[in-house]
Design a protein around this ligand. Structure first.
Ligand SMILES: [Fe+2]
Ligand SMILES: [Fe+2]
Length: 276
């Protein structure tokens, strides 16, 4: 049995400590569980996309867990997939992420399982690394097919909110044009778990034999600043994934004691002031 603790959307910065008090409870939970791997599914930082100090500080926090860990970047860590956004994903931002957190995409084989981390912020960006990542993902997913390895995918944005064929949801999920390869692998039965963050809601659902986990943030919830139809429960937490030798997945929402339910709406003007 492989035990993976997913944490996400911590949004921590040494200069904007609005949500920092929630790190200790989630770190204590991680140490108590002592999983085989901690995976952070992005928005580790408040603003690692522009503040290298945020990346350095959060790397130090992750190492302080004294547990094996891996991370994939979020929009606040490496920028947005939208080239018009003031913080578009680019080579400099990715290189700074990689200097602190390692490759923005990764593969770990653990027992029968293949764990794949993806940089969701490239998806739909048109950056040359988007195609490189898609080719690489195609190869490692095909290898998993050929060898019968069940796959768990970790990425910041959900591939979709409710349905793989739904219309694009802009900021909230991976654009339809960029999700096809992953949806195909899900439909082939290769991918057994898709674990994402970004929405700041908690939701675990099963669809055609694949578990989709919208990981609970341990930073803050989003009240009126999110569209009313974003699915999931507005609560903080962490997610434990149990992956067994037969390729079955059980995912559970955990509620570490001592988390403060911060609401971004209350402090957005300080943490993420509007930019022109
Ligand atoms: Fe976030
Ligand atoms: Fe995000």
């Amino acid at each position: 049995m492989l035990r993976i603790l997913q944490i996400t959307d911590t949004h921590i910065s040494p200069t904007k400590p609005h949500f920092a008090s929630n790190w200790a409870p989630v770190a204590a939970l991680a140490r108590a569980i002592a999983p085989d791997l901690v995976v952070h599914t992005g928005d580790v930082t408040v603003d690692g996309a522009d503040m290298v100090e945020d990346l350095a500080h959060c790397r130090w926090l992750m190492d302080g867990l004294e547990l094996p860990w891996a991370a994939v970047p979020g929009n606040h860590d490496v920028g947005s997939e939208n080239p018009e956004h003031f913080q578009a994903v680019n080579d400099l931002r990715i290189s700074r992420w990689e200097a602190h957190f390692g490759p923005d995409r990764w593969l770990r084989d653990a027992g029968p399982w293949r764990l794949i981390g993806l940089n969701a912020m490239l998806m739909g960006s048109g950056h040359p690394r988007e195609a490189e990542q898609a080719d690489w993902a195609g190869e490692v997913l095909a290898e998993a097919d050929a060898t019968g390895r069940p796959v768990a995918l970790f990425l910041h944005k959900p591939l979709f909110l409710n349905d793989p064929d739904e219309d694009d949801r802009g900021y909230w999920s991976v654009p339809g044009r960029a999700r096809g390869r992953y949806v195909e692998a899900i439909r082939r039965g290769t991918v057994k778990l898709v674990a994402s963050g970004h929405l700041h809601t908690a939701r675990i659902f099963r669809r055609d034999g694949t578990v989709f986990a919208f990981g609970a943030s341990s930073g803050f919830i989003v009240d009126k600043l999110a569209p009313a139809d974003i699915p999931g429960e507005k609560r903080l937490g962490a997610t434990l994934h149990l992956l067994d030798e037969k390729g079955t997945v059980e995912s559970r929402l955990l509620s570490p004691e001592g988390l403060d339910t911060y609401v971004i709406d209350d402090v957005a003007h300080e943490v993420y002031p509007p930019r022109s």
